[in-house]
Design a protein around this ligand. Structure first.
Ligand code: GLC
Length: 566
């Protein structure tokens, strides 16, 4: 086993995350080591061998800090500690050491836009720890008097719906929160806040953490005068949170250029450790992404367009091709997360009529997801899988009465965020081997076929298909490195085949509804074929007619992808 230390990362000219494969662990639902029904850091440690075998380079772990849990950990009450639910600092240290011992890195989540209202800074700002503390901490948050006619100081709405302001009756002032009222926004124009955060970053980097995913990276600094946003249309009664959000032009609340001052500072700190600084950069336009990711800011950011597309040829092509040049190399590709329905659910053909159809449709959703992941895996940037994606999982089933997400169902995330947060199915038995206790989020057990136990070592399981994909991708890194941002799209910009060349590789997927031929160069050698790697629902074995090596064509069934050395 090799040990990867921060020093080895800085020594290398090439950034360790370029063309790497990441894996998101939603810690509450990954593995429960103490059988209290909540996943924890000890549980992650027990699964490091699994992740190493999958071929993962780094693991992003969602927040494990002390939290009242109103937003399931994204409401942090202490940035420099571990909630006892998840372990303690010693467990975190062990996790980092054990991951490094397996040549994997650990990336943690920073939540700097807002704290929990339980955080001592906010309690002090409310005056709950004395007048001197109130004086010192009041300006850590954003307070304003009511508007002249009463009511909130401006027209901003929160991401979770409703006004972004809540009145503190004791002071008669409102405080700002872009999310829940129990998630007050920090005042990033206060240098004392920035100084506190430098210490937070160093605290974790000194413990050996290899990078950070910055939550709500587009939101930190707000308009200095807190001007109202231009209103585009009246908010209709009963509007969902996203409909409310879309009634305004968000000129003043998010995407303020001054947030880059924060990231420049953090970049300097992270570079000193060889750490990977990347953000939740929620912008669906590549120009917006460019602005969020200047060369001296964060090393990278998530490209969210893939999470918003339908399985539709033109949309897929546009999404893949939109990022170019330097931007392309700074992107993280993710099809699923703890915030969105899983890709196989989103991509499943519509119109379920029976449970057999549902199984078939889920299979198609998983095949489409794998095909997209094959395309993304060899493009510049970094691919990040969400836990269970390697099993072809669709969303879990959560009864209405068991839903826990503070954000209810809405038009954008369908059934809400609970379905993508259900426990990881490791094996048989109660709760699919996640925990002996009732999981914190109750859901229907998964069928055996969807578990790790069933898929591990089973020919053509989704798990083995992803393992094979990552092994092929890893073996090709030298070629990918040499190619950098150079990608040549070879599909002519039309039709169901999307294909490109990068380095000595050619990658193609069929995103249409019928089998289609990919023209091959003479001497092309097939490295990966998703129709044979997985139990592809549409594989008729027509693929056997592929004429690799002799030039000619390779027939790809719908929702499949392949990779060649050329
Ligand atoms: C990010 C997280 C999400 C959370 C929100 C507020 O978008 O991914 O889960 O609810 O920030 O912190």
């Amino acid at each position: 086993m090799t040990h990867c230390s921060p020093a080895s990362a800085t020594d290398s000219l090439r950034r360790w995350w370029a063309d790497a494969v990441g894996y998101q662990v939603y810690v509450r639902s990954f593995a429960d080591s103490d059988n209290d029904g909540v996943g924890d850091l000890g549980g992650v440690i027990t699964k490091l061998d699994y992740l190493a075998r999958l071929g993962v380079d780094f693991v992003w772990i969602t927040p494990f800090y002390p939290t009242p849990g109103h937003d399931w950990g994204y409401d942090v009450a202490d940035y420099c500690n571990v909630d006892p639910l998840f372990g303690d600092l010693a467990t975190l240290d062990r996790l980092v050491a054990e991951a490094h011992g397996r040549d994997m890195r650990i990336v943690t989540d920073l939540v700097p836009n807002h704290t929990s209202s339980d955080h001592r800074w906010f309690q002090a700002a409310l005056g709950n720890s004395g007048a001197a503390d109130r004086e010192r901490y009041r300006d850590y948050y954003i307070w304003r008097d009511p508007a002249s006619g009463g009511g909130p100081p401006n027209n901003w709405v929160g991401y979770f719906g409703g006004p972004a302001w809540t009145l503190d009756p004791d002071s008669g002032q409102y405080y700002l929160h872009l999310f829940l009222p129990s998630q007050p926004d920090l005042n990033w124009r206060n240098p004392a806040v920035a100084a506190e955060w430098d210490d937070v970053l160093r605290f974790w980097l000194d413990r050996g953490v290899d990078g950070f995913r910055v939550d709500v990276a587009g939101g930190l600094v707000k308009d200095e005068q807190l001007r109202s946003n231009p209103q585009l249309q009246p908010v209709p009664p009963g509007a969902s949170r996203w409909e409310q959000w879309d009634c305004f032009e968000h000129l003043h609340d998010v995407f303020q250029p001054e947030s880059q001052d924060v990231f420049r500072r953090w970049r300097t700190i992270c570079d000193g450790y060889g750490a990977f600084l990347h953000g939740e950069t929620y912008h669906l336009d590549p120009r917006g992404m460019d602005a969020l990711l200047p060369a001296d800011g964060m090393h990278g950011g998530y490209w969210f367009a893939p999470m918003h597309i339908e399985w539709e040829t033109a949309e897929i092509r546009t999404t893949l091709r939109a990022p170019t040049g330097d931007l392309a190399e700074r992107l993280l590709w993710a099809m699923s997360s703890h915030d969105m329905p899983r890709a196989p659910t989103r991509f499943a053909p519509r119109g379920v009529v029976s449970s057999d159809d549902r199984a078939a449709q889920n299979g198609w959703g998983a095949a489409r997801t794998l095909a997209f992941n094959v395309l993304a895996a060899f493009l510049p940037g970094t691919l990040v899988l969400y836990q269970g994606e390697e099993l072809g999982l669709t969303d879990g089933e959560v009864a209405v009465a068991d839903k826990l997400d503070p954000v209810g169902p809405d038009s954008d995330v369908g059934a809400g965020r609970d379905g993508c947060r259900t426990p990881m199915p490791w094996g048989n038995g109660p709760h699919n081997g996640f925990s002996d206790a009732e999981p914190w989020l109750r859901s229907a057990d998964r069928p055996h076929i969807h578990t790790v136990a069933a898929q591990d070592g089973a020919a053509r399981s989704w798990l083995e298909a992803y393992r094979e994909l990552f092994a092929v991708q890893r073996a090709a890194r030298h070629d990918l490195e040499a190619a950098g941002a150079n990608v040549t799209w070879t599909d002519g910009g039309d039709g169901p085949i999307i294909s490109y060349r990068r380095g000595g590789l050619m990658v193609a997927a069929n995103v249409g509804d019928t089998a289609s031929d990919v023209p091959l160069a003479v001497g092309a050698t097939l490295l990966y074929d998703s129709t044979t790697a997985c139990r592809h629902p549409g594989a008729t074995r027509a693929a056997a007619a592929a004429q690799d090596g002799s030039g000619g064509v390779h027939s790809l069934p719908p929702a499949s992808a392949a990779v060649w050395r050329i």
